[in-house]
Design a protein around this ligand. Structure first.
Ligand code: SF4
Length: 442
């Protein structure tokens, strides 16, 4: 399995592999040992499409028996034209079709014991953290985005099914749950926030109820798992989850893409244009939960963006003081409404603005991280190193302000040899740079 794209695609890959394993298939670590190669593609941006096509090309060259799925699977003709030897192409989220294509390409051989052994789901993330996908699709129409075309309208999963999956993951060793979807704060809108029974009480299909229930879960050791909310669209009702963070039911972390701050640009993007209110809300959230860490993402170089608009965004970032920021250069991906907008921003101007926003957000991050020196913070361990020539062992972890793969790390020195990945330890912070923290177990 070659799994490209976002965490939602990763969960799709996990689901496909779990089904195939139940059918008796094993995973190969490389092309040579594989009877068939699955490429789960990303079609969000042109650069992502290029990466997907390159991955298909490599799989064909290295193995030759290739099945393509994922968001770029929607362009089956273009893929077949370029790679006529592809065995099958399916769209995103079409697990059954992928499994069927694998059965055809490499018919399953039922071993004597396969069916008897109940198996844990296949996970492509380390054992101690898991993505929890709560819905598919999106009802918005942001001008730069084609995800609604690729993944369809919002379809929320039943809350009792989501909670059962979370419970199973935590019982199986997950210490950190990452709640993902295209639009996490719209969870349940499509089913009018219907109620379902969960452990003898009714719960609404709603982000706040979900967060509260996830906060009740306990690991086999009796600890509350860390629970992070990702892809949270900035609706007013998001305010309701902040007190859950202050109560310790939810990790004080929010991934909330704002995309820009200049009202004219936000309107052109078809995004909520109330950035002044957002600053006020951020201030309130920090009063309720002082340790809250806010991650956001921004698009620079959107058609029509003027130097004034961009300076407005930089000034807004000074006020917002966000902990983690991802920035993207606008790309006119095929099918996006923004492609027809006037006044495209020249590439060199886009590059220059990208460099300025990264410089700005790096300076803010450096100041915020150095303010943590001297504090003791809970850290989840991702990796424990080998002893160095002096026998000292280092480890890499993350604080509650760091989601895996997108945020920073906490680098530890002199850890005990029996320290395990997944352990949550208190760390005294000794130093910081623009992205990471450094410390020792308290
Ligand atoms: S909310 Fe996100 S997924 Fe939905 S259209 Fe906007 S950018 Fe795309």
């Amino acid at each position: 399995m070659v799994s490209l794209g976002c965490p939602k695609a990763l969960v799709d890959s996990e689901r496909i592999l779990t089904k195939l394993r139940a059918d008796g298939y094993a995973m190969s670590a490389n092309y040579d040992g594989a009877d068939v190669v699955l490429v789960n593609t990303c079609g969000f941006l042109d650069s992502a499409k290029e990466e997907s096509l390159a991955a298909i090309g490599e799989a064909i060259a290295e193995n030759g028996r290739v099945i393509v799925t994922g968001c770029m699977g929607n362009e089956a003709e273009a893929i077949r034209e370029r790679f006529p030897d592809v065995l099958a192409v399916t769209g995103a989220h079409q697990y059954e079709a992928v499994v069927e294509a694998v059965h055809e390409a490499a018919p399953p051989t039922q071993g004597p014991f396969v069916d008897l052994v109940p198996q844990q789901d296949v996970k492509l993330t380390p054992r101690h953290y898991s993505y929890l996908k709560i819905s598919e699709g999106c009802n918005h129409a942001c001008a730069f985005c084609i995800i609604p075309q690729l993944r369809g309208k919002l379809a929320s999963r039943r809350i009792d099914a989501v909670l059962r999956e979370a419970e199973k993951l935590v019982a199986g060793g997950t210490k950190e749950l990452l709640v993902i979807s295209q639009d996490t704060s719209a969870y349940g809108v499509d089913v009018r926030h219907e109620e379902r029974q969960w452990h003898g009480h009714a719960v609404r299909t709603h982000m706040t109820d979900l967060a509260r229930e996830l906060g009740q879960l306990r690991t086999p050791e009796g600890q509350a798992p860390w629970v992070r909310l990702h892809y949270v669209y900035p609706y007013p009702h998001v305010d309701a989850v902040i007190p859950l963070m202050a109560e310790g039911l939810l990790t004080p972390y929010l991934d909330i893409p704002f995309q820009h701050a200049a009202p004219s640009v936000l309107r052109a993007m078809k995004r909520p244009a109330n950035e002044a209110k957002v600053l006020e809300r951020l201030k309130n959230w920090r009063e309720i939960c002082p340790d809250i860490a806010i991650r956001s993402s921004f698009v620079v170089g959107f058609p029509g963006e003027t130097e004034e608009d961009f300076q407005y965004l930089l000034d807004w970032l000074d006020e917002a003081q966000l902990d983690r920021v991802g920035a993207f250069r606008f790309e006119p991906v095929e099918g996006a409404a923004a492609n027809t907008l006037a006044d495209p921003v020249p590439e060199e101007v886009k590059e220059e603005r990208y460099a300025r926003i990264m410089e700005k957000t790096e300076a803010i991050s450096a100041a915020k991280l150095s303010a943590k020196i001297g504090r003791t913070l809970p850290v989840i361990i991702d990796e424990v190193g080998e002893p160095d020539e002096d026998g000292d062992i280092g480890a890499t972890g993350r604080s509650q302000a760091d989601a895996p793969e997108i945020d920073g790390n906490v680098f530890l020195r002199d850890v005990r040899p029996d320290l395990q990945a997944g352990a949550i330890v208190d760390v005294e912070i000794e130093d910081a740079d623009a992205h990471d923290l450094f410390g020792v177990i308290a």
